[in-house]
Design a protein around this ligand. Structure first.
Ligand SMILES: C[S@@+](CC[C@H](N)C(=O)[O-])C[C@H]1O[C@@H](n2cnc3c(N)ncnc32)[C@H](O)[C@@H]1O
Length: 421
């Protein structure tokens, strides 16, 4: 079937309409004419594959990665960067229209300075004799020796570890996690039982500067990567960073944005949205960097974080930088938030992929200013739907935290409506 691609789907697939039915065509670009064949009829829509591209979009580029199309990591490497940014802005606009029934201005997606080599953390899996990433829509590992969205440091260390791991230990290994920021690197080997890694630390420290090695013994059978005992084998214990005039440490396990450039752009925008003299609750505050940045402008900040290790990093950040107008609170946001009633006027939320949920949104309803950072547009819109009657959306800015992938980070600024009666 020959058809014209007229739009993009939620995951960056090309959309064609044939006899009134939507066909999602992975890898096809808007404006292209493609010969496709049906892969799966899902009832109200269908999935198709490209047999042949009849006319090419001017936005089509050669993907840099030899695994593109098989690997589940990137979806958009065939689009030039201008088209990727346009796709992400439209994705947010369409999601808002669909879930909130609003036609609203969405700012242009803020670009990342680098489209490749931008990630500071990789998690490679091991299964069936292969190291790599999961294949597209599968839990089978694709054998990978290089990932172009990771930094060169991560790729070099990954390749070195693969070459030097003792074959007899391989059956117990589940993942290799590498976090590299600036010139410092932490590596964690996740294994199902104790394995001696002293030889690996010796080799790593002889070949790379500023490196530390951990072993995580994770006996879980589910997909959680890091869990259970974390044992420091040698070298660096954490990464020390100077950013926004603050010195802080990042460990191997706590959440940390994976793109330093876009993280800084996002946090600068959050800071601009903080009213002068505000008292702020920063929910889901992670290692405390954002709370500490907000404390530069706000009168007082309360950060609430459930992860113990992230909370202790946040406390260290606070004390190392002598921040006096910040309290880091350890615990569940909903429960701890209740203890702060009437003490604040502004909330900054940065929840996990599943969003805040109805209970949290109902609890924060009524706060003067809400600033919401989200990595999941659907969860974001479902959360906003809970409070929207009482708020005006003042700004929506997508940030390209994850170039070449379908993912996008969104910043929303809301102001409580004035009710006249
Ligand atoms: C997307 S991260 C944001 C962290 C931080 N703002 C940053 O940029 O580093 C979400 C954080 O929410 C925390 N979290 C998850 N559920 C939580 C809950 N119920 N209450 C408080 N924090 C929670 C996670 O541990 C994680 O650190």
């Amino acid at each position: 079937m020959v058809s014209n691609i007229i739009d993009y789907g939620m995951h960056g697939e090309g959309v064609a309409i044939i006899d009134g039915k939507v066909f999602l065509v992975s890898g096809a670009l808007v404006g292209e004419s493609v010969d496709i064949s049906l892969l799966e009829d899902k009832g109200n829509y269908a999935i198709a594959k490209i047999n042949n591209i009849i006319s090419l979009s001017t936005h089509r580029v050669q993907p840099k990665c030899k695994y593109f199309g098989q690997c589940g990591g990137c979806q958009l490497q065939m689009m030039d960067y201008e088209e990727q940014l346009k796709f992400k802005t439209l994705l947010i606009k369409k999601t808002i229209r669909k879930i909130l029934n609003l036609d609203i201005n969405v700012a242009d997606t803020v670009a990342c300075d680098k489209q490749y080599n931008y990630r500071n953390k990789a998690s490679f899996s091991y299964s069936d004799g292969k190291f790599g990433y999961y294949k597209e829509k599968s839990k089978n590992v694709l054998d990978i020796d290089y990932c172009p969205i990771q930094s060169d440091t991560i790729n070099n260390i990954y390749s070195f570890i693969k070459q030097h791991l003792i074959p007899s230990s391989l059956n117990d290994i589940k993942h290799i996690i590498i976090r590299a920021i600036g010139i410092q690197t932490l590596v964690c080997i996740v294994a199902s039982k104790y394995i001696d890694l002293s030889y690996l630390y010796k080799l790593l420290s002889e070949n790379f500067y500023n490196i530390g090695l951990y072993l995580n013994i994770n006996t879980r059978k589910d997909s959680v990567v890091l869990s259970g005992t974390l044992k420091h084998i040698g070298g660096l214990k954490e990464i020390t960073v100077n950013n926004f005039g603050l010195t802080y440490t990042i460990d191997i396990s706590a959440f940390q944005q994976t793109n330093n450039d876009v993280q800084n752009k996002l946090y600068s925008s959050v800071l601009e949205f903080i009213p002068d003299n505000a008292t702020v609750v920063n929910g889901f505050s992670g290692n405390g960097l954002l709370s500490a940045i907000i404390a530069k402008r706000a009168k007082y900040v309360y950060g609430i974080e459930i992860n113990k290790s992230a909370h202790f990093s946040a406390e260290k950040l606070k004390f190392d930088n002598n921040i006096r107008n910040l309290s880091n609170i350890l615990g569940d946001f909903y429960k701890k938030f209740d203890t702060l009633r009437d003490k604040f006027d502004t909330i900054v939320l940065d929840p996990t992929k599943k969003g805040c949920g109805k209970q949290v949104m109902q609890a924060i309803d009524g706060t003067e200013n809400i600033i919401y950072i989200s990595c999941n547009p659907i969860a974001l819109c479902k959360d906003l739907r809970v409070i929207l009657d009482n708020y005006i959306i003042e700004e929506i800015i997508p940030f390209d935290m994850f170039p070449n992938t379908e993912n996008v980070e969104t910043l929303v600024k809301l102001k409580r409506r004035i009710k006249w009666f």
